[in-house]
Design a protein around this ligand. Sequence first.
Ligand SMILES: Nc1ncnc2c1ncn2[C@@H]1O[C@H](COP(=O)(O)OP(=O)(O)OP(=O)(O)O)[C@@H](O)[C@H]1O
Length: 271
Amino acid sequence: MTHDTSPAIELRGAGKAFRTPSGALHTAVRELDLTVERGEFVAVVGPTGCGKSTTLTLVSGLEEPTEGEVLVGGEPVRGIGRDVGFVFQQDAVFPWRTVLSNVMAGPRFRGAAKAEARERARDWLARVGLSAFEDRYPHQLSGGQRKRVALAATFVNDPSILLMDEPFSALDVQTRALMSDQLLELWAGTGSSVVFVTHDLEESIALADKVVVMTAGPATVKEVFTIDLPRPRKVEEVRLEPRFVEIYREIWSSLGEEVRITRERGAVHAA
Ligand SMILES: Nc1ncnc2c1ncn2[C@@H]1O[C@H](COP(=O)(O)OP(=O)(O)OP(=O)(O)O)[C@@H](O)[C@H]1O
C-alpha cells in the first residue's frame, strides 16, 4: 500500500454484470459506493442472492468491476493482493498437510525461511489454542478446530485486509459464538481492515464497527449503520445489552424491507 492516508478500501460507483450461459447480461451489483477505513471492521448484510459475495470478489481482485472503480490502499485493484487474507464458509486448508504445515504454507509461499515460518505458525497456533494439534491432519479435527486453523493460517500472513464470506455459517451456534469471540481477539491490535459478509444480523452487530445493509438484488448500498457498542466485546454478552436490541430493531427495519422484496419476487417466480 502506497498511500498511507487513503482508506483501506473504496468502491466508487462499482458495478458487476455477468454474462450468463444464454449470452444475456446479468447485473449482480450496481452503483456501489463504500469506504472501509484502515483498521475498521465492516459487516455486510443483505437478502439472499443480492450480491454480497460478488462485492467481496471485486475487493479481492478475483473479478473486475464492469462499472466504476475499486481501490485498495488508494490504488485500483489489479489481481489478488498479497496482503489480502480470505476466510470462506468452506475451509481453505490443504487436507494432505498437517495443521502446522498448513499454517506455515502462507509465510513459506511469501519467502520466509522454514525456521521462521515454523516459529510464526506455532505462535498463531498457540493463539488459537491448537498447539497440541500441530501434527494432526485437517480430517482429524472438528469443524470449529478446522476453522481455527484457517484463522491462524490467515492471520499468520499479517494481512492488511481480511475478507470473510460467511466464515462461521456451517458451525453450530455455540461454536459460532466462540469463533466470533476468537476472531475479535485475534483481530484486535492487528490493524487489519475486515469486510465480513453474513446472513446473520446479530452476528454482524456483535462484530462490526459498521453494518452495511444492501438492497434486494441487483444490490447497492442501502444504508450504513455505525455500531457504537464498546470494545472489547463478548458476543454472547453484548447481544443482551439494551443498546444492542435498539440497534437490531433499527437495522432490521431497513433490512427487513429488502428481505420482503426478495421473498415476494421469489413467490412470483415460483407461481
Ligand atoms: N459468475 C457468475 N455468473 C453469473 N451470475 C453470477 C455469477 N456470480 C454470481 N452471479 C449472480 O449474481 C447474483 C449475486 O450473487 P452473490 O453470490 O453475490 O449473492 P449473495 O448475496 O452473496 O448470495 P447469498 O446470500 O445467497 O450467499 C446472483 O443472482 C447470482 O446468481
